[in-house]
Design a protein around this ligand. Structure first.
Ligand code: AMP
Ligand code: DBH
Length: 537
């Protein structure tokens, strides 16, 4: 069984191999190569796993899953937070060629079910610590709705379905059977702009390259001590260079539950963290904590702070070295592939004012106008890209792919950017119908569709509004049959089972939605209304 996906054309694949980007190694090699390494790989609270222990744990789980009949080419739905088991499960599944979707811990029923419908998983791995899985009620519902699920494993469960139990069983004679390196290793999540969350097939070859090249640029090595404070399943802390970069280099990953200063500062001091990755709102909160008297000495070991996921303002950027006492690196990436970094030896001017440049010499990035024509340096337009680690199609989404890619296989990310004479990118805005709430992406259409199912709602438009901390928050403009309150709308959406970060921060009732000349909802005008109101208040 192999998982279908949109392949790179043969001539591209040949070139990517010839240039050494694709090495035809499985991602499980990242851990396998350290099987005899007794250095600490991961620290999760009071637990510490060496590379040898991490690899053995992954082998034991892999062996147990194969004994239960999981087969290469099948898929798994996984929802684990920032716990060592996330990596154990990820490597175990790679070792037996089962491709996971790693849902975010913040995801709820709507997201989990949308992923399950798309991949028809044979295995579910979830956590008793998640509200949905605290007891077996939802589990039964999910299994009922997803007949493909044959096995369930639960973290923090002492019983039959407990993950811990499988981790105790020996892996005697286990032989890894990863999928071939040019097949799907796992699915990454797209921030999305459509009604259903889209999945991004990532192959071993393309993802391994992305991690390896990220390590070169960010200079990760065996002395790297990386704090993983963003959701571990997200592409950024997983691969840019993220935890997988750290493992490849033989360094140490320290897991944090959240990016708050009160939680992270003591971890940085205790574990002598020298690099971490944040989104811009977390940076603001760290700076604020220092101003309110948190001891800066706790950050003495921190050398590099990566910031990405959403636009970092120039003013916030400049405060990082001055106030946190470490170097800043801007990261502009996407789960679909392309990652841009400011380089460690770039000038402050570049580091503060740009989102970096593509990491690979064979990343093809250009700026298109509305008609798909290339724009000259400095002009703002659509980001178009293809390359050795940028995907060629969302999973089983031919219609959406026809829109998201041009005839030459260039992916249109929906970002509006300018590229300067030296190839450095600045993100100027967005064309996709998405709200970037401090790095967490909300597809407007997904929420609008759910809102329209409410008995009192006739029309709905979700738009971004500026927010000093989050960058953007969401506002739902509603045309309703009767008066509705924001709390009612939020409760309704929560009951439908959407992640909390997608709940509208504000709800506005209007008599009608403004339309563009072609009759689409004029979101630009709605955003303007919000901006005018904000500047008036
Ligand atoms: P996702 O599709 O969830 O992987 O999100 C990728 C998107 O996040 C990009 O297309 C951008 O819109 C946004 N993004 C990521 N990093 C940055 C950054 N450094 N500056 C501005 N936007 C960013
Ligand atoms: O926002 C992102 O998706 C993102 C940001 C920085 C990303 O996927 C990445 C780096 O790899």
């Amino acid at each position: 069984m192999i998982i279908p996906y949109t392949r790179w054309p043969d001539d591209f694949a040949a070139r990517y191999r010839e240039k050494g980007y694709w090495l035809d190694l499985p991602l499980s090699d990242i851990l396998q190569r350290h099987a005899d390494n007794d250095a600490v790989a991961v620290i999760d609270g009071e637990r510490t796993l060496t590379y040898r222990e991490l690899d053995q744990a992954a082998n034991r789980l892999a062996a147990a899953l194969s004994r239960r009949g999981l087969r290469r080419g099948e898929t798994a739905l996984v929802q684990l937070g920032n716990v060592a088991e996330f990596y154990i499960a990820f490597f175990a599944l790679l070792k037996i060629g089962v491709a996971p979707v790693n849902a975010l811990f913040s995801h709820q029923r709507t997201e989990l079910e949308a992923y399950a419908r798309q991949i028809e998983p044979a295995l579910l791995i979830a956590d008793r610590a998640h509200g949905l899985f605290a007891n077996d009620d939802y589990l039964a519902q999910l299994r009922e709705a997803t007949p493909s699920i044959r096995h369930v494993l639960l973290n923090r469960d002492g019983g039959e379905q407990g993950l811990a139990r499988l981790l105790e069983q020996p892996a005697d004679g286990f032989i890894a059977t990863p999928t071939p390196a040019d097949e799907v290793a796992f699915f990454q999540l797209s921030g999305g702009s459509t009604g259903t969350p889209k999945l991004i097939p990532r192959t071993h070859n393309d993802y391994y390259y992305s991690i390896r090249r990220s390590n070169e640029i960010c200079r990760f090595d065996a002395d790297t001590r990386y704090l993983c404070a963003l959701p571990a399943a997200h592409n950024y802390p997983m691969s840019s260079p993220g935890a997988l970069g750290v493992y490849l280099a033989g360094g140490t990953v320290v897991l944090a539950n959240d990016p708050s200063a009160s939680h992270c500062f003591p971890l940085i001091a205790r574990h002598q963290i020298n690099v971490t990755a944040l989104v811009p709102p977390a940076v603001s909160l760290w700076l604020q904590a220092l101003q309110e008297g948190e001891d800066r000495a706790q950050l003495a070991s921190l050398k590099l702070l990566q910031v990405g996921g959403a636009r970092l303002s120039n003013s916030l950027a400049a405060r990082i070295p001055a106030e946190l006492g470490c170097q800043l690196q801007q990261v502009f990436g996407m789960a679909e592939g392309l990652v841009n970094y400011t380089r460690l030896d770039d000038s402050d001017e570049r580091i503060f004012n740009t989102q970096g440049c593509p990491m690979c010499p064979d990343d093809e990035v250009w700026v298109a106008d509305e008609n798909g024509n290339a724009l000259p340096a400095g002009q703002v337009g659509r980001l178009m890209t293809r390359g050795p680690y940028t995907f060629r199609g969302y999973y089983q989404s031919p219609e959406h792919n026809a829109q998201a890619f041009d005839a030459d296989g260039f992916y249109c990310s929906g970002d509006l950017i300018a590229i300067d004479e030296d190839g450095y990118i600045t993100v100027q805005g967005r064309e996709k119908d998405q709200i970037n709430r401090g790095g967490e992406k909300i597809a407007a259409e997904e929420i609008e569709n759910l809102l329209l199912r409410h008995e009192a709602i006739i029309q709905a438009a979700l738009v971004s509004m500026e927010d000093s901390l989050m960058g953007e928050k969401s506002c739902a403009f509603l045309v309703t049959r009767r008066a509705v309150k924001a709390v009612e709308i939020r409760r309704y959406l929560r009951e439908l089972g959407v992640a909390d970060f997608k709940l509208p921060d504000r709800v506005e009732s209007v008599a009608e939605l403004p339309l563009t000349p072609v009759g689409k909802v004029d979101k630009k005008q709605l955003r303007q209304r919000l901006a005018e109101r904000q500047s008036a208040s």
